[in-house]
Design a protein around this ligand. Structure first.
Ligand code: B1M
Length: 211
């Protein structure tokens, strides 16, 4: 079994989508518990991807392939995990703020959160503060994530937090922000709970915020 776990983690690291789906099925057929496949093979593999991304060993395209491979493995596991009632790491709604069309970083964060065991709901781009408010009402997430790539749209993060406050929803969620022009100081200034400089750190921080 240890050999199988390592093979899945390795294929995941290398973004081999088909092999991951096949090996996950093989592991299940060989009697491994879905929860073990998830934690020991898939999540462990994604953690390594996250570490190497932070360290500059892996780059965006490679991480995207790994995230897709993770998704393929999860597609095999998900029905079984639902049956065994394994809790997700937390629910997160996230998107790019109003006026901003950049979505590559936000997509990466979504995929990494997904890969980290979160239920990550991608709301899209160019989102009015009211869209975040509606999404919090609808999905009742633990976390709200906002991405901005333009200095001119960063202010929409503050507007969104204010909209959540006005709707009486601010205290029901933790708020994480990120994007190239965003800083930890800005996060503090606008009352966000966390700032992540990259997708791997976003997963670490999301876990900390859930603790
Ligand atoms: Co735009 N653009 N762009 N662009 N673009 C930048 C951001 C810019 C820095 C380029 C430059 O001038 N050097 C500049 C902004 C300047 C500024 O505001 N200071 C700029 C500009 C000016 C513009 C336009 C205004 C250009 C024009 O039309 N005159 C225009 C604006 C459109 C709009 O949004 N309204 C525009 C348009 C575009 C394209 C559509 C052509 C395209 C976007 C395509 C797309 O996203 N689908 C584009 C691109 C690709 C870029 C650059 C080149 C690359 C951005 C990117 O995807 N990086 C960018 C220059 C640059 O950054 N080098 C630039 C890769 C991505 C993985 O990184 O998004 O930073 P990033 O995400 C990281 C972290 O920031 C973090 O994790 C991610 C992964 O590690 N992160 C989070 C991101 N979100 C997070 C959320 C979190 C946590 C972490 O929690 C929720």
């Amino acid at each position: 079994m240890a050999d199988m776990v390592q093979r899945i983690a390795k294929k995941l690291y290398h973004g081999d989508i088909e092999a991951v789906a096949e090996l996950v099925q093989d592991a299940l057929d060989a009697g491994m518990a879905p929860s073990e496949v998830l934690s020991d093979a898939l999540l462990a593999g994604m953690d390594e991807v996250g570490r190497d991304f932070k360290a500059g060993v892996l780059f965006v395209p490679e991480v995207m392939f790994s995230a897709r491979a993770m998704k393929a493995g999860m597609a095999v596991l998900r029905p079984l995990l639902a049956e065994s009632d394994i809790a997700s790491a937390g629910k997160c709604v996230l998107g790019t703020v109003k006026g901003d069309l950049h979505d590559i970083g936000k997509n990466l964060v979504t995929m990494m959160l997904d890969g980290g065991g979160f239920e990550a709901i991608d709301l899209g781009i160019d989102l009015d503060p009211s869209t975040f408010v509606d999404a919090v009402r609808e999905h009742k997430p633990d976390l709200v994530g906002m991405s901005a790539l333009l200095t001119t749209t960063m202010v929409q993060m503050k507007a969104t937090i204010e909209a959540l406050e006005e709707a009486g929803l601010r205290d029901s969620v933790k708020i994480m922000i990120g994007g190239a022009p965003v800083t930890a100081a800005f996060a503090e200034q606008i009352g966000a709970d966390a700032y992540a400089p990259d997708a791997a750190t976003a997963v670490d921080l999301a876990r900390e915020l859930m603790a």
